[in-house]
Write a protein that binds this ligand. Sequence first.
Ligand code: ZN
Length: 221
Amino acid sequence: MPTPDFAMNRRTLLRGTAALGAGALLAAGAPWHATGAGAAVDQPDIASCDAWNARPPSGALTIINSKPNKIIVHHTALANSTDYSQAHAFQDARDIQNLHMDTNGWVDTGQQFTISRGGWITEGRHGSLYALLHGQTLVQGAQCVGQNNQSVGIENEGTYLSVQPPTALWNSLIAMCAFSCQQYGIAATEIYGHNDFNNTQCPGLIHDRLPELRTSVAGLI
Ligand SMILES: [Zn+2]
């Protein structure tokens, strides 16, 4: 876990590096990027809580007034659905929220974002999309003990103990990690699996592919 000083230095370095490529990228002109001139990664489509008809949180959410320093990748450990539609992704988002609120007793969905097997990205915990687009704060999640106040949690639909995730999911995971790294100034090396911090099988075989994921993300930011 990096110290605050180390994290600060790394962000400063990242900003400097990003600025070098800014000239070639100004034409893209994506207005939603909080980082302005350093913007390089397009925002992937992310369906908000309103879009998938999330329930309101059962209580107050905690806003961390600092940037997360890492991304933590999960698998949901639910069924490997063959329904790759957006409608299924939205149903999955509702099922997860119900599970986390009604069974786990949490205030809202635990993770900040979810990616379906069809590659559809949805906001998890309320406010996470707003926070990501502005790149300054984090809605504290419930996704990795000891890391919830400093990490973005991304859940990938399915169970990957013996099978690999579908290509559509994998590609969206790359896009989502790259955009998150850009927005928060997180280095591609700071993408981890749940089992790097907690005693769990999550995220299964995706953990073996973290080096590949980091390399792909590094190539985009
Ligand atoms: Zn997990």
